[in-house]
Design a protein. Structure first.
Lengths: 278, 278, 278
């Protein structure tokens, strides 16, 4: 219900001209709030390089258009995002700083635009790690969160290896990043991954109202506060770049190749074959 | 009730000689515990430059008098503190490192004296940020907490932009510092801004008892532990100074001037006039 | 019950040959899980230099034997560990980087082996601080946690002065490290010192099952994730070494000498005698 109603509203309100309901990202500007809606519900809003580019572009637009005060990230359908689209990922894996996902992450790490997330369902992989770059996160009670990088033979991204221990506490970070566990919306709120729980039929309205309130606060001041809060000793930018180096190595590892092959061949991965290496 | 009883007790016990009940800060030393009571209940214990000087002096005294083991901060009346006294603030805004509030903050950031707060009611602005420099905070159930700097066109102070993300988690810090939200005592306990909830009629007694217990622990050792715990990579001192530079800039901004003017003219601020700037 | 059953199982399964039930540390390898059991129940599993050496050796073994994926730390009897064995400690206090406890701590700070703790009862002193180096901690509901260094005139160790403020929040860290408070298992879970509460009769089974699950995840990848998560600005190694310098000073202090003497003479320590020093 949420998804359909939301899209309808977007289509009617959107000032930039009509777009197809099949666009993978919907963009809507209303009263200073730029809403970016992941719109591949049939693929659980799995992210492609094209989608990363569009989100990046939307935030860049918010930085350059004076009337945009807040960005809202949300999804249509039952999932917030199932993470990377594996097929798209395998044809064009991210390695350098110029790949779309890394460009998006560096933008998120360095922007001072307030970003609110309305998590309309489960958030997997980058669906969860992107929340670490949001300033306020609402999630429906039925959402769950998971970053199962390790089961794919790859390492944490999006600076999550820095931000999760710092913001969620070490052991919660380990549950997500080392042990590939799924946590509930309740647990996510307790540890601070999200800030607010919300009934599914109220999410759109509650977030829209809060975003409009934020849009009325003095724009420059709020951004100055965000820049102060995001100031790091080891900058997040350095960490994201370092993680990507590690990610590149991990991606060339036997573990990752086995995980990917198993996925394609629809079988369980055999990690035990690597046990003889210390 | 709390306020009156407490003052009476202070007046009778105080060893430094009598003082008027209208002194804006009451100082009381008893069994190694130096209690500093904000005492402008008719102004909700709003802070003036004079009050900052007196608190600073009290902590300095604790550092130099061998028999003082613990400092307790509390307030008379229904408020802990409503924050800066705007009238006093506007006649003598803090800018350099020699202004009373900055001198107090630098003292708090660098002292190794154990500091306990007994939050007897709502804590606004520096009433909240000062708690980040306390080692143990009790608050009454009815207290609430708010740092609405952004609505005044100014930025976080007291190192709160460093300490809140670090101690409370990023999104809770954002609720307070970016979005000017008010949080309840319950929420404050959940995120670690305070350590203990307390019924209003028990606050004085509970805190006094705990302070006396702390006063009996080995003084030097406890201070050594505090120094270790407060060791920073980017020192808190650097952050407080950097925030004040930003604060000075923010204070000269159109947003801040508009907020202050609106306050004086008893009207809503018009921040929308600045929307055309990117 | 737990202790006895557990030992029996260990004795039967252990592949390295038989050992006496009176060994102070039991080592058991099963399905990639190396279980290290503190086994001085009559001394509440108080730690000696010999025990530190054995734990250190076990983790070193895990680093070098390819088939070991996870280390589990647990105890027999009613206590997880009562901390340092005072008698052993006083005959051979830790000072340099070559003392067994410091060698163990540096190993824990730098290993990338996943470590799970099954806290079978109260955890005191290093019984608590060692948990900061574990990636996942289960504890029985009846456990409690305490690091009363200050009452002994000594300072925090194991990097706890760095990790507790960072992972548990500052005020919870202060309760433990400055104010020598005892916290419940419930409080420990709320602040993130432990990750999971567990009924006492299920602890062994629940932890064993989870450890076996972890053992099946790709070994190299999980270690890469841990290394990323443990990357520090001020390295933990630097902090542990710095704490030990402070510890050495504290140990030679009058406060510590008084605490130790009082312990030996079975009397209350008199810390008030040092009050005249500022």
């Amino acid at each position: 219900m949420l998804g359909i109603d939301y899209i309808k509203e977007s289509i009617f309100i959107n000032a930039k001209g009509a777009f197809s309901m099949t666009d993978p990202v919907l963009i809507n500007l209303d009263q200073g709030v730029l809403t970016v809606t992941f719109n591949r519900p049939e693929k659980k809003n799995a992210m492609t390089n094209g989608i990363y580019d569009q989100i990046n572009e939307a935030i860049s637009r918010a930085e350059h258009e004076a009337q945009i005060k807040v960005v809202v990230l949300t999804g249509t359908g039952d999932f917030f995002s199932a993470g990377n689209d594996i097929a798209d990922f395998m044809t064009q894996p991210p390695e350098g700083e110029t790949s779309p996902v890394v460009k998006l992450l560096l933008r998120l790490a360095n922007t001072d635009i307030p970003i609110v997330a309305a998590v309309n369902g489960p958030a997997i992989g980058i669906g969860t790690t992107i929340l670490l770059h949001c300033d306020k996160v609402y999630a429906v009670d039925s959402a769950f969160f998971s970053t199962p990088f390790v089961t794919l033979g790859v390492v944490p991204e999006a600076g999550s290896s820095l931000l999760m221990p710092k913001y969620l506490g070490y052991q919660m970070a380990a549950r997500l990043l080392m042990f590939a566990e799924r946590i509930t919306a309740e647990e996510a709120k307790d540890c601070g991954l999200i800030g607010h729980l919300c009934a599914v039929d109220q999410l759109t309205e509650v977030v829209a109202e809060e975003a409009r309130r934020i849009a009325k606060l003095p724009k420059k001041t709020i951004r100055q506060a965000k820049r102060l809060m995001r100031r790091n000793e080891e900058t997040l930018t350095d960490r994201i770049v370092y993680e990507m180096e590690q990610f590149g190595e991990a991606l060339r590892s036997a573990e990752s190749k086995e995980a990917m092959a198993a996925f394609v061949e629809k079988r369980s991965p055999n990690f035990a074959q690597f046990d003889t290496e210390a």
